[in-house]
Design a protein around this ligand. Structure first.
Ligand SMILES: [Zn+2]
Ligand SMILES: [Zn+2]
Length: 502
């Protein structure tokens, strides 16, 4: 059994000949069939799910639950009562025989259907109504098969001596489940009795086949024991009970035989897929992308991982796992440049998802990896600064707001930003003068903003005038304060006058 390279505990269902790697269903690109390799893009070899099927003895609890459903149980009860009734009316022997054949035939047909469906990967018992036709003819054929086998052994013992007869009898008993399996699969007596087919089936399954036989034997013995215990006291009850238990065991045994076919489908030359939840919903494109990222990550192909993450951010801007995983990855791997690039998107994402409690911790984490990082968005800066002010982290808040009017001269809430900066500076020791300057600037900015609004209103009334080319403002040397903060406070008059002159 092969295991998925990326999930060492899961059985593989695919193989990439190009990469020489085994994959599970999760780790392949199944957007179109046949599935492709996430790493190299080549078509994959499907292993079928027999490869990942657990051996039947580990499935015994499930196997015993297999007939426990209303449909199968009602069939078991009805056929048991019918066959016991048939035994109790010897006076109408034709009717009794018909009843008995009907009951046994129905159960046999249903058992065969169970085997067939299980072999195709259906792990739930089929509906009884799916399997009510042709039971009696199947039963008769099975009787014929048994008689032919018995005759063959008898003839061999008579003509070739008891030793060879005994050996043949032994082989016949051993092959009987294989013959049953073949018969259930083909519903053809001759094909079922082909000794080579039966032997090759046994050979393909190997030792577990012996275990299955032992298991069937134990179940048969337990029916006999049950009869011994209860039979002497209540014969009629015992017959019904015995018949019910043996029918139940029959269904379990046929399910197990079918499971064995399913498990060894590769060796037996066919391919089936398990569908325990009826039809699995097709994987979402986002899930597939996430799976591909995980595979490439485990392959160490970081360049493609980054490309795929950026693709995911564009396609699924609200899918938290991509943002959180990429953030985590950059943080753990200490990727400074990528973190500086991704930081703003991540903070925007947190905002979008209303995870406001994560905003400042996230911001600080980003700065651990990219120490100079400041979000490239004035609104985010203002929001972070006011949160940091509440948390008492004035230094970082000042860094966020400092010189914002130069970087974002068109930001509508510049005055608010500078009022906030002035408040923060006012709370810091020996920064009163700076705080006052900031307040003045906020007031100037407010005036400018009002004037701009007025101009915009006028421009709407008249045809648009080409926008003024702004003269670069003179830049006084940055003021270094006692606390080590750099403040860049630029008077706004020159810019304003220029605009007016136009
Ligand atoms: Zn996998
Ligand atoms: Zn490949």
């Amino acid at each position: 059994m092969h295991y998925c390279k990326y999930h060492p505990l899961d059985g593989a269902t695919y193989f990439c000949e190009q990469c020489n790697v085994h994959q599970c269903d999760h780790c392949v690109d199944d957007a179109q069939l046949p599935a492709r390799c996430f790493v190299c893009g080549h078509h994959l070899v499907s292993l079928g799910s027999g490869n990942q099927a657990e051996p039947f003895w580990r499935r015994l609890p499930e196997a015993f639950k297999y007939p426990l459903n209303a449909s199968s149980m009602s069939l078991i009860v009805i056929t048991s009562i019918a066959s016991v009734m048939a035994m109790l009316m010897p006076f109408l022997w034709i009717l009794a025989l018909a009843l008995y054949l009907f009951a046994a035939g129905a159960l046999l047909k249903y058992s065969f259907t169970c085997l067939e469906r299980t072999a195709m990967g259906e792990m739930k018992a089929p509906d009884v109504m799916d399997a009510y036709q042709g039971g009696i003819s199947l039963l008769l054929q099975l009787v014929v098969i048994t008689i032919i086998l018995g005759l063959a052994v008898g003839v061999a013992a008579h003509f070739l001596g008891p030793a060879i007869g005994g050996l043949l009898g032994f082989i016949a008993v051993i092959s009987f489940p294989a013959i049953l399996i073949r018969f259930a699969q083909t519903e053809n007596m001759l094909e079922a009795m082909n000794p080579f087919a039966a032997l090759s089936l046994i050979g393909a399954i190997g030792l577990p086949y012996g275990l299955l036989m032992a298991f069937i034997l134990i179940m048969m013995t337990s029916v006999g024991l049950l009869h011994e215990w209860i039979g002497q006291l209540f014969p009629a009850v015992s017959y019904v009970l015995q018949s019910m238990v043996s029918s139940y065991y029959t269904l379990v045994a046929f399910h197990l035989m079918g499971y064995m076919l399913f498990q060894y489908q590769d060796q037996l030359g066919y391919s089936a897929r398990i569908d325990e939840d009826e039809e699995l919903p097709k994987r979402e494109a986002a899930d597939r992308l996430a799976a591909q990222i995980q595979v490439l990550l485990k392959e160490g192909d970081y360049e493609r991982v980054v490309t795929l993450y950026y693709q995911a951010f564009k396609q699924y801007p609200n899918d938290a796992r991509f943002f959180d995983q990429f953030f985590e990855l950059l943080y753990v791997c200490k990727k400074t440049a990528l973190m500086a690039d991704f930081g703003t998107s991540y903070l925007h994402f947190l905002n979008r998802k209303k995870r406001l409690d994560k905003l400042t911790p996230g911001f600080k984490q980003i700065r651990v990896i990219a120490p100079d990082f400041l979000p490239d968005s004035p609104a985010l800066r203002l929001q972070l600064a006011s949160l940091l002010k509440q948390q008492g982290d004035s230094a970082l808040a000042v860094k966020l707001l400092n010189a914002m009017h130069k970087q974002y001269p068109d930001y509508a809430e510049l005055p608010q930003a500078y009022y906030l900066l002035s408040d923060i500076l006012g709370q810091m020791p020996a920064m009163q003068a700076q705080a006052d300057k900031c307040r003045q600037m906020a007031q100037q900015l407010e005036k400018v903003a009002e004037r701009k609004k007025l101009e915009a209103a006028m421009a709407q009334a008249e045809p648009a005038i080409p926008a003024a080319v702004k003269a670069p403002g003179r830049r006084p040397p940055p003021t270094v304060t006692k606390s080590g903060l750099q403040l860049e406070l630029v008077p706004m008059e020159p810019v304003a006058t220029n605009e007016k002159a136009e």
